[in-house]
Design a protein around this ligand. Structure first.
Ligand SMILES: [Zn+2]
Length: 385
């Protein structure tokens, strides 16, 4: 493994990577793995890198044709499965096992990565279990889960377990500063807004649109107590349009990707099946980005109210996320009681829970804003008595 390999792109998971690489080098990679740990720490990325390494001459160089196909998610021997809606269904696993039974197309090893494996329905888990009990040759299953308690113990007992850890903030900050050439302050802000998820921090740190979005949201939140109810509906609309902005950027990137691939393949056109797989992945990326946007906005709101609490209860200006809004924050320290601020935080956290379901975002924002307004505007009107 050299420093440019795909493994070097995984941050802060040395123990996990060492365990996997030593298994790969032993020549007996095992037929089933379970990657566990908190959301967003690199389990899925590592599973993809492992799939690449199992089919690369150089343990995952990132430059060869095979690695390129795994990364684009079009390798014919690497299958990536995730929930359709809320569950991984029996048909998904059945279809997968049919493909597994076929002879390998290009690769040495077929790799099946199952994300959010705890979401397999009981039927789906049971047919997977049968396959794990009599594993086919040259097939490696990688199950990924941030909630392994919900996986059948009989499946877990068949897997080699790898524990992924949360990334310490200090490590994330120095990675962001080093890799993306950010100032220390910028790296701290991105880290604080990321909820501990590196991918979120990277996407904030590298996107001008997302930085502008933060400013726009903070401007709105500063005036929230003075808005009338009709205005709140427009604010919710603005939030939704803020979610859409990075989607346009991503769509452009997707178009470019297809164009580049076409040029590389030198075939005139991309084979239909490959095109379909790419388009499916791009669709998933868009939906993920949309969800991320929803969560990002809520995280910005949380950061605002949490800053007010930090000032109110500890006067710790040094710990604020929104250092650039210190004057406006101080204003709210006097206007709101701690109890009110905690109420607002609860309302936002509750809205976050809707993320798991396919809610109407406009409606979710509106409901949240009305509730927050209820808390903070009542407080203000108190001064008039
Ligand atoms: Zn390679």
């Amino acid at each position: 493994m050299n420093d440019n390999s795909l493994w070097s792109g995984i941050v802060g998971q040395k123990d996990a990577i060492d365990k996997i690489i030593s298994a790969l080098r032993s020549g007996e990679p095992g037929h089933a793995w379970l990657f566990i740990g908190p959301r967003g720490v690199g389990k899925w990325t590592t599973a993809k890198v492992m799939a690449a390494a199992l089919n690369c001459e150089e343990e995952g160089c990132g430059r060869c044709v095979s690695c390129g196909k795994v990364l684009r998610e079009i390798h014919p021997d690497v299958f990536l499965i995730e929930p359709e809606g809320n569950f991984i269904l029996i048909d998904q696993i059945r279809q997968l096992l049919q493909s597994v039974a076929l002879k390998n197309f290009e690769g040495r090893t077929k790799v099946i990565v199952i994300d959010e494996a705890e979401r397999m329905t009981a039927e789906a888990a049971n047919i997977l279990l049968k396959t794990l009990e009599e594993p086919p040759q040259d097939v490696v299953f990688v199950l990924v889960s941030s909630n392994p308690e919900a996986i059948l113990p009989t499946i877990i007992s068949r897997c080699r377990m790898v524990q992924f850890k949360s990334l310490p903030a200090s490590e994330m900050i120095s990675f962001l500063a080093g890799r993306y050439n950010l100032s220390y302050d910028e790296a701290i802000l991105a880290t604080k807004l990321s909820g501990g998820i590196l991918g979120t921090a990277v996407s904030f740190a590298t996107s001008a649109i997302k930085k502008e979005r933060r400013k726009a949201i903070l401007k709105v939140v500063q005036g929230l107590d003075r808005f009338d109810l009709a205005r709140l509906t427009f604010v919710a609309e603005d939030f939704v349009s803020e979610i859409k902005k990075p989607l346009a950027e991503l769509k452009d990137k997707h178009k470019k990707e297809l164009k580049e691939l076409k040029a590389q393949l030198n075939l005139g056109d991309i084979p239909l099946q490959v095109r379909r797989r790419i388009e499916q992945r791009q669709k998933r990326e868009l939906s993920r980005e949309e969800h991320q946007g929803f969560e990002d906005i809520l995280n910005i709101l949380v950061s605002w109210y949490r800053d007010i609490i930090l000032l109110k209860e500890a006067d710790r200006q040094d710990l604020l996320t929104n250092q650039d809004c210190i004057l406006a924050l101080r204003e709210y320290v006097d206007l709101l009681t701690s109890e009110d601020v905690y109420k607002c935080l609860q309302i936002i956290e509750k809205t976050k829970q809707y993320l798991r379901f396919n809610v109407n975002m406009q409606l979710a924002f509106e409901t949240m804003l009305f509730k927050i307004h209820d808390v903070i505007a009542v407080q203000n009107s108190g001064y008039n008595y």
